[in-house]
Ligand binder design. Sequence first.
Ligand code: PLP
Length: 300
Amino acid sequence: MDRAADYSKGAAYVGGQYVPTGQAAVPITDWGFLRSDATYDVVTVWEGAFFRLDAHLERFFASCQRFRLNPGLDAQGVTEVLAQCVRLSGLRASYVEMICTRGQPPWGSRDPRQAVNQFMAFAVPYVWIANADQRERGLRVKVSSVQRIPPSSVDPTAKNYHWNDLTMGLLEALDADFDTVLLTDALGNVVEGPGFNVFAIQGGVLTTPREGVLEGITRRTAIEIAQAAGHSVRLAPLPREALLNADEAFLTSSGGGLLPVTQVDGQPIGDGAPGAITRRMIDTYWAWHRDPRYSLPVQY
Ligand code: PLP
């Protein structure tokens, strides 16, 4: 670690060293880069405290196991690296990513079992997947013609970098002047988008897809908030029509929490403004960041 270095734009841990994020580099032959052969997780720091770090660590280790990757550190070791990245950056609101890549097998070998897996991490300023204006008026979402990679090909519950479907869908939506995109499964049910899950609310009942999605930690938080407020939550397929006919809809992501959706494919959701249940849940989401059950202060 170079204490004189400028970590103000973020700090990274790579190859066993702490460096400013702008200087962090992955070897070009790492299969994480060449083949998207990696897993990752993103936890946030808000007002100087990690939010639900235990849940993110649990999911990270489950994803590693699913893809037969070994980060070489236990939960305590990963926590120390993440905290050190945040501490070096000095950031009070941060987007903190932990990554395990396949690494590379000995040169000439194509046997992934021979690769030495690599752990890396970084902390950068908090990332919002919707800007302030979009969060205020609600997002205008396109349901994509691109189908999400089937779960039988890549397990979506293990967080991964197989994002080409999400990126192509996003490009299609942005070109058509939407804010973002939702992809569908082989049956045409809406599943998830680039970095977020989706909820529809009809008659006070919330529905979010059960299958074909990353089980987002923000999705889990939204389910718990809804249930604490006395709402029923259904984990069930979400046809495009059900989303279009919803009273309210929102997206969930560590990059911004609960984000209201007010238009889908050009049609207003409800009265076209962020819904009352959604707005109340957003307030609770941020209030929970100060709840010691979910927050772990960073020692700066
Ligand atoms: N779905 C996908 C494909 C994601 O990449 C993400 C997060 O990056 C999510 C959903 C939301 O998960 P979380 O709430 O844990 O951030």
